[in-house]
Design a protein around this ligand. Sequence first.
Ligand SMILES: *Cc1c(COP(=O)(O)O)cnc(C)c1O
Length: 433
Amino acid sequence: MNYYSLNHNAPNVKFSEAVIRGLAPDKGLYFPEAITPLSKDFIENIESYSHEEIAFEAVRQFAGDELSEAELKRIVAETVSFDFPLVQVEPNVYSLELFHGPTLAFKDVGARFMARCLGAFSKFDEKKVTVLVATSGDTGGAVADGFLGVPGVDVVILYPSKKVSDIQEKQLTTLGQNISALEVEGTFDDCQRMVKTAFLDEELTSVLNLTSANSINVARWLPQMFYYFFAYRQLRDKSKKLVVSVPSGNFGNICAGMVAKKLGLPIDLFVASTNANKVVTEYLQTGNYSPKASVQTISNAMDVGDPSNFVRIEQLHNKDFDLLKSSLLSFSYTDDETREAIRLVHKDTGYTLEPHGAVGYLGLKAALREAPEMQGVFLETAHPCKFIDVVERTLKEKVIIPAKLESLLLKEKVSILIKNDYQQLKEYLLKKG
Ligand SMILES: *Cc1c(COP(=O)(O)O)cnc(C)c1O
């Protein structure tokens, strides 16, 4: 499988190069040259396959022939080695719980898959790969855990000092080995700016193999399509039409779901559920795409003012606005509406949502009002304990912290404090390389 740049001004590359580069040299996102549907037989008999088998079938054409079948099977098996339960919340409404991975966030799957692919490809490269990532919280933890101990790959994480939760900070700073955490005296935007400067710094990139680990990377983006197959596999009634609601920020997850649909998975409608950061919601209403600076909300992993994966969604719909409108709805919710949903669902059903899942739930309910003949799945993308302050304050009840996180809180933090100063980052990286 080859990948081309959506800016159309860079050579086509193989999967390995797309993974190592992250972004094409013309700054475009990589996109697969073809998407070939899976056999009808496979979809119809999906219940007879394991998660590993489904994930392998779904992703094999995208990985091409650079990894042996055995190697890709091993990577996929290690990627999906935990549960993805579909839980009924109300009649016709199901939650696909994507928080049973090691860092209790859905980004675990993408991070684990990408880490293992990079590990496999860096074997052929004498230069080490350095993954540089800025995090406002969740991404960093999933990346750190996913890449821990992968040979040939170093990970450097930048996070804003005193602006991530205790649990999140411990997830970034206690692993050791090939993972280093730089604690920046600044904001998340400062961290992100420093990372972007580093990628553009030719003096640095001439000596270091730098790559990023966010969902622009095809190896982090594509494996998210597994979730949609796993949801469908678990649905008892497969004769009913299906709508899937995805709490969206950078739109990588929902875009991967659309790839699953291209592969033949019967999803009739997608819902992009958003918070106050609603560029896409407005775009579908008005036809005007106008990116904005992000605003802070309680579902902060979705605080994105200019979703980087939206260009991939347009490509998947042949840049046809009407086609897109016929398969995608989008609704946006305020923090108050989100808290109210957490409260009501808990009161009526006993199910605990966290803010991102609550936004997804609200979007799903709105879609089901428009299409009552359908059944609905929303993605619950994080464990409630990762947003414990909001959930406890809203429910006036304690959230139970899973044992694996309790023990994390006892570990000692190891970080390197740096100023909001690109030169400090550069010196650090050069010394390391
Ligand atoms: C990253 C994230 C999202 C948004 O996913 P995108 O692929 O960026 O749209 C939603 N919920 C949680 C908990 C996340 O960490």
